[in-house]
Design a protein around this ligand. Structure first.
Ligand code: SDX
Length: 431
């Protein structure tokens, strides 16, 4: 726990309450309000938690004003360029970059746990073929607690570790199976001679009728997309995982809750919504019409892939994603992709518009990711499952950190009640 650095004084009427303050290693100081209700009989009020730190953490740091994202202190741009997803996963989970031996052992551990229990295949059969893959992932991941009883005891460090590896290793297999099921193709089993990203691409795109050769350009791009989505501080889905875990729920149930939260279009579902928006715009000449709609207070339409609760500058992941989109589409010979042209023109016009500049709305991680994923052959319905796959290691890292926190208590917010005060029941004859 951080050291108390100074004291905040809160005066309400003739009463003054001293509240301790803590300083982070970097970022804003915090005011500890845990004793506020006991001392002053009032709650704080912060719907959406815009000014609330829900925990202390050492995993990821974001400076939204400067567009900085650090994982255990390493900038996301350097990790995306020089590292790879399983090495970043090790960093998030254990706090430091692995030695060659540590990395080799970790990769072997993940590789050898990519298959799912054969009986779980029957779960897929229960879904309609047109089910959204996110619905399948929520169901199947939650069902893992019905198959892996030997790694559900959160008080057993070894079981926590087993559950962590199982989830990281099996999520690509489950996501690929969700895709195959919805397109009516047979499931493709993982292979131990392929790296994490290549294995996922093969499980998605291979068919029994012919050999599948992984395109190294696509595999590198896939791995970079995984890295860019790995963790992001206390976002909505990570906070969901933490809150679910605070009641003592098993890891598979907690991660299923995180997947469910991520699905929303304001969060991880924005990558699918953004590509659908770019296709609806269709041509650059229609961009002004959509920008006008985004600015219209009476129109619920928002530019998908734009804006962020924390970033009031460029999302550093979007910068890397945009470079990757240019590279991948050029290497695939589709650099004149009309959707990419619309995206670039939309970004240009929005950033020149005072509305977006004044509200500090910039492209976020979801603005360009869909363009790459579509170019790789994925339908829009697979965009958020890929985000969930990549974010699993972040959810797990935050879940483990919370379980090791001696201050862990069940999360139980209060409210500002605006309903009726007590009143007596009225018999129906008298109403
Ligand atoms: C992710 O938290 C994370 O870290 C999430 C994430 C992660 O890695 O986990 O980064 C991943 O979820 C990225 C965000 C993906 N979502 C979208 O792209 C959906 C479109 N964006 C918005 O819905 C919105 O920007 C949010 C939800 C992302 C953030 O919303 P906030 O912080 O609650 O801000 P707000 O809704 O209060 O908006 C502030 C103002 C409002 O106008 P006023 O009421 O002040 O007049 O900006 C406007 C909003 O109307 N605004 C937008 C806009 N986003 C905000 N106007 C038009 N288009 C937009 N996209």
């Amino acid at each position: 726990m951080a050291e108390e650095t100074r004291t905040a004084k809160l005066t309400i009427g003739d009463k003054t309450v001293d509240l301790p303050m803590f300083a982070p290693t970097t970022g804003p100081d915090v005011i500890d309000i845990r004793k506020l209700y006991g001392q002053a009989g009032v709650f704080t009020y912060d719907p959406g938690f815009t000014s609330t730190a829900s925990c202390d953490s050492t995993i990821t740091f974001i400076d939204g004003d400067k567009g900085i994202l650090l994982h255990r202190g390493y900038p996301i741009g350097e990790l995306a360029e020089k590292s790879h997803y399983l090495e970043v996963s090790y960093l998030l989970l254990y706090g430091n970059l692995p030695s060659p031996t540590e990395l080799e052992k970790f990769e072997a551990l993940v590789t050898n746990h990519t298959m799912i229990h054969e009986q779980m295949i029957h779960f897929f059969r229960g879904f309609r073929r047109d089910a959204h893959p996110m619905a399948v992932m929520v169901g199947v991941v939650g069902a893992m607690s019905a198959f892996y009883h030997d790694s559900t005891d959160i008080n057993d460090e070894f079981q926590r570790e087993v559950a962590s590896i199982r989830l990281i290793a099996k999520m690509p297999t489950i996501a690929a199976m969700a895709y195959k099921y919805t397109i009516g193709q047979p499931f493709v089993y993982p292979r131990n001679d392929l790296d994490y990203a290549s294995n996922f691409l093969r499980m998605c795109f291979a068919v029994p009728a012919e050999d599948y050769v992984v395109n190294p350009v696509l595999s590198r791009a896939m791995d970079r997309i995984f890295t860019l989505h790995a963790d992001h501080e206390q976002n909505a889905s990570t906070s969901t995982v933490r809150l679910a875990s605070s009641s003592g729920a098993n890891p598979f149930a907690c991660i299923a809750a995180g997947i469910a939260c991520l699905w929303g279009p304001a969060h991880g579902g924005a990558n699918q919504a953004c590509l659908e928006m770019l296709k609806e715009i269709g041509t650059p000449d229609r961009i002004p019409e959509f920008i006008a709609r985004a600015k219209d207070k009476d129109d619920p339409f928002r530019l998908m892939g734009f804006g962020h609760r924390v970033y009031k500058n460029f999302d550093p992941r979007a910068t890397v994603m945009k470079q990757s989109a240019d590279e991948v589409l050029e290497l695939l010979g589709i650099e004149n992709n009309p959707v990419l042209q619309v995206a670039k023109e939309l970004e240009k016009q929005a950033l020149e518009d005072p509305y977006f500049a004044d509200k500090k709305l910039f492209p976020n991680v979801d603005f360009y990711s869909g363009i790459i994923l579509e170019a790789m052959g994925f339908p829009t319905s697979m965009f958020t499952p890929i985000f969930a796959l990549a974010r699993t290691v972040g959810w797990i890292s935050q879940w483990k950190e919370q379980l090791n926190d001696p201050q862990l208590k069940i999360g139980r917010p209060r409210q500002l009640y605006l309903g009726e005060t007590e009143r007596s029941y009225v018999d129906i004859e008298k109403r």
